[in-house]
Design a protein around this ligand. Structure first.
Ligand code: SF4
Ligand code: SF4
Length: 441
């Protein structure tokens, strides 16, 4: 891992400051109530209520942390409607770290309102078992693949059975992408040599759900990195980075998975940790804050966070190496929230796509506006997510593009579902798929 640049990260939070469920919310005091974030907030745009704006939620979080209000049903609703898209952070002149505030608020909601046995069991199944056990996830992926290829899925959908399933199961089923064959889900080799002159050694996060559902994206990422002179190491023993746990308010598991991820990648001896899923990348860049109170891990977490790079950020450091084959395609680009707002990466993906011969890039209206996926928001808040998806797909269709390119599995599933429902033949591609195609993959 590269040398630690502690100057590039803010100071660690004060142990004596405002906290919710042990997480610092001192950032609430940076808000000057100017309201510049209101027009950037998707939920404020749709609902028009102050308590569904960033400024209103900051007041709520501050009041909760100071013990001036209780966590009422209404407070929970306003906080739960937030997408955690962090568009407010991008426009905030006072640098309010909104993403960290809402994660602390969600952890507090989970602490005070864990729900009944059914909800707690479902959370354990997802957060405690599936996301933390690659083996369990692989088994579920294999079973779902069988469900799809045996046409059982078609029968179930035609039978109307989905309408009587409890909770969000029907919504989960609707989002299911075609599960890849076993070869695509298989682990990548531990090391992939650089093609041509070697630039650096980088480690690749293959993730949890990403490897099970979008293993082909991981292969394409490794291949494009190698074509650009990077020796790629894929550390064994890596798993979930804990992003979904942090977003879902499971603070304890998020911390444990962060420690495990840091320890695994430290062994790789790489200059950077490359990530092709935006939520994971943004979360791993924030490990320094998550582990700031742990004296045994704080310095390691800071060094690790500084080494994390989104795939576009890594590749755009130098012009793409040729030869590049033409990819005749009219495409538009959707900015995933946790790339554009969470990591402030806007120009790099466009710069990469512009280098592909034959590809025409047309800009998308409100390209950096959330598509409604937002982790599991589309399952927990289907009505709001549906309105955002409708707005996004309308803009995509206005461009006349044949494909929409993006950089996050959640956005890919959400956009694909929205375009499918509209009967549009627009393809949804991860940027590494397009780059890999330019290299003949
Ligand atoms: S833009 Fe920043 S400082 Fe202004 S109200 Fe929004 S969060 Fe507060
Ligand atoms: S994270 Fe997104 S939805 Fe939440 S307050 Fe900020 S802009 Fe609004």
């Amino acid at each position: 891992m590269g040398p630690e640049r502690t100057d590039a990260l803010p100071a660690a939070p004060s142990p004596a400051g405002l906290r919710l469920h042990g997480l610092s919310v001192d950032g609430v005091n940076q808000c000057v109530h100017c309201g510049l974030c209101l027009s950037a907030c998707p939920t404020f745009s749709l609902l028009g209520t102050e308590m569904d704006s960033p400024r209103g939620r900051i007041v709520l979080i501050k009041s909760l942390a100071e013990g001036r209000i209780d966590l009422t049903d209404s407070a929970v609703e306003h906080l739960s409607l937030c997408l955690d898209c962090r568009a407010c952070e991008t426009v905030c002149p006072a640098g309010v770290p909104y993403g960290r505030l809402i994660e602390a608020a969600r952890a507090e909601i989970e602490r005070q309102r864990p729900g009944g046995p059914v909800r707690r069991s479902v959370r354990w199944l997802n957060f405690g078992l599936l996301l933390t056990s690659p083996r369990a996830l692989a088994l579920v992926a294999a079973a779902l693949r069988l469900y799809q290829v045996t046409r059982l899925q078609r029968l179930v959908r035609a039978s109307g059975l989905l309408r009587i399933l409890p909770g969000t199961l029907a919504a989960w089923e609707a989002l299911l992408p075609p599960l890849p064959p076993a070869a695509d889900r298989a682990p990548l080799p531990e090391q992939i040599p650089a093609a041509g002159a070697r630039r650096a050694r980088v480690a690749l996060l293959t993730g949890c759900v990403q490897q099970a559902v979008f293993g082909a994206h991981n292969r394409a990422t490794a291949s494009v990195l190698a074509k650009n002179g990077y020796e790629v190491v894929i550390p064994r023993g890596q798993g979930c980075c804990g992003a979904l746990h942090a977003h879902g308010g499971d603070r304890a598991r998020a911390g444990a998975l962060a420690r495990q991820t840091i320890a695994t990648f430290e062994q790789a001896g790489a200059e950077a940790v490359v990530v092709n899923t935006s939520g994971c990348g943004a979360h791993m860049k924030g490990y320094w804050h998550l582990l700031a109170d742990d004296p045994a891990w704080a310095a390691r977490a800071r060094a690790f966070s500084l080494s994390v790079r989104d795939i576009s950020e890594q590749l755009a450091r130098e012009p793409l190496r040729g030869p590049l084959h033409p990819v005749p395609l009219t495409a538009t680009y959707h900015d995933p929230c946790h790339v554009v707002h969470g990591q402030r990466i806007r120009g790099e993906p466009r710069k990469l796509l512009a280098q592909i011969p034959g590809l025409e890039l047309v800009e998308l209206r409100e390209a950096d506006w959330c598509c409604g996926s937002a982790g599991i928001y589309n399952l927990t808040q289907p009505e709001m997510a549906g309105r955002l998806l409708e707005r996004k797909t309308r803009h995509v269709l206005e461009t006349g593009a044949e494909a929409v390119v993006t950089a996050n599995p959640g956005c890919i599933l959400q956009l694909a579902q929205g375009l499918r429902e509209r009967g549009a033949g627009v393809r949804v591609l991860h940027i590494v798929e397009v780059l890999n195609r330019a290299y003949g993959g």
